[in-house]
Design a binder for this molecule. Structure first.
Ligand SMILES: [Mg+2]
Length: 232
């Protein structure tokens, strides 16, 4: 069995480090298994969240939704994706349109193969993050931004990720690309599996293209922990 895990909201609380008890459990659980991580974050942020031990012990790690790939701590490939001036203009317009007032720095972050956009700004404190997340469940502005981006730029794909941001990347260069090289049977764990969520492309592809799979859509790391206890 091959196990693929999203990180944020699946193995850790959103943007926060992994629970110490769960880390110890996971390290011994993963020993005799093929474990893959697939996340929108970059290497440094992922190590900050799951710790070096887990990061180094995974079979392969897909950072930036699979646009930067690491094996045994080494980068094995990556794709280029630069912020185009027209797209940047659109993101600046979103910043003007948004009804959300409480703003912080780093609204646009260029990662390898992916651009992360957030109206609140990545430097915001956790309580503002939670507040925005709740507000956006009704306002649905991230969902709207994604739809506008995809309409204006047919060669680009955008999905809602984490609590406050959206991930933007070349069409098809989403999390589902990892299925091209991970063999079945596969069990996938993710927390944003609904349409528009950044785990949805992988879940959708599993439904249609793979026979032997199991999808675990979790509400948080606690649920992942409970399920893994049953998968010795
Ligand atoms: Mg997640």
């Amino acid at each position: 069995m091959n196990y693929i895990f999203d990180v944020d909201g699946t193995l850790t609380p959103s943007r926060l480090p992994i629970d110490k008890g769960f880390e110890a459990f996971f390290l011994s659980w993963m020993k005799d298994k093929n474990v893959y991580l697939v996340t929108g974050s970059d290497k440094d942020k992922t190590i900050e969240q799951v710790g070096e031990k887990i990061w180094n012990n995974c079979t392969r790690i897909y950072q930036s939704c699979g646009n930067a790939v690491y094996e045994s701590g080494k980068l094995i490939r990556q794709i280029e994706f630069k912020l185009d001036p027209q797209l940047e203009r659109l993101l600046d317009e979103f910043l003007l349109w948004s009804a959300w007032d409480d703003r912080y720095q780093t609204n646009i972050e260029e990662r390898i193969g992916l651009i992360n956009f957030s109206v609140v700004g990545r430097e915001c404190p956790q309580h503002v993050r939670d507040k925005y997340y709740k507000w956006d469940l009704t306002a649905q502005e991230r969902e709207t931004f994604c739809q506008v981006i995809e309409k204006k730029f047919p060669e680009i794909e955008a999905t809602v990720g984490g609590q406050i941001s959206i991930d933007i990347y070349p069409k098809g260069k989403n999390k589902s690309q990892v299925l091209e090289e991970i063999k079945t049977p596969i069990t996938f764990f993710g927390d944003k599996c609904e349409p528009g969520g950044n785990d949805y492309p992988i879940v959708e592809k599993m439904f249609y293209l793979i026979d032997d799979y199991d999808i675990c859509c979790v509400k948080g790391w606690e649920e992942t922990y409970e399920i893994l206890k049953t998968k010795k």
